[in-house]
Design a protein around this ligand. Sequence first.
Ligand SMILES: NC(=O)c1ccc[n+]([C@@H]2O[C@H](COP(=O)([O-])OP(=O)(O)OC[C@H]3O[C@@H](n4cnc5c(N)ncnc54)[C@H](OP(=O)(O)O)[C@@H]3O)[C@@H](O)[C@H]2O)c1
Length: 180
Amino acid sequence: MAKLLYSATMSLDGFIAGPGGDMSWLTEHIGPNTTVDKLIPQVGALLVGRRTFGGDDPHKGTDKEGKAFGGGYDGPHFVLTHRPPATPVPGVTFVGDLHRGVDAAKAAAGDKYVNVIGANVAKQCLEAGLLDEVLAIVAPVLIGDGVRLFDHPGGTNVTLERLSLTDAPQAANLWFRVVR
Ligand SMILES: NC(=O)c1ccc[n+]([C@@H]2O[C@H](COP(=O)([O-])OP(=O)(O)OC[C@H]3O[C@@H](n4cnc5c(N)ncnc54)[C@H](OP(=O)(O)O)[C@@H]3O)[C@@H](O)[C@H]2O)c1
């Protein structure tokens, strides 16, 4: 049975995107990361939010632009949106409902991970009790404003259990299990 993993690279102050979805802050911090290299073959499907799909890309202007994990992953994509495009996109299934999207992505992933990409979608998965794990790849930068890894106005308390702490030349990888 597939597990749902929310993975994102975040600034030390907890943002996965800058104001307006800007991702240019990340470009200079992209580097080798064996934890991510090992994760990619364990991913069987992506569950992606509409703002991430077609959003800004730290690889902009390179041959890796627009590709999941910079081109390392080429499996099925399930994009959650209320506004699917008129023209089909190869390899992408557009879904208008969280549970249908999760079910379809899990079926496609088999016994691998469904990698959740996008803070809004990850929050919904968490709050629906569907999220199993979180991988935060901490980049050595503070950006001060933007899209938080997890946002809950008024605050909440989600308990996590650390599974691993690994390093990369330019990042620290913090991998957790969601305690339910
Ligand atoms: N640092 C990183 O590793 C990393 C990784 C991924 C993304 N990002 C960045 O993070 C930002 C995106 O995160 P986000 O939290 O703003 O948005 P998101 O989760 O990517 O997308 C949210 C959008 O998805 C659609 N959606 C969400 N739930 C849905 C549902 N249940 N049913 C149907 N549609 C649904 C809605 O779009 P519509 O209503 O318009 O259809 C919603 O506005 C982007 O700037 C992206 O570049 C960073």
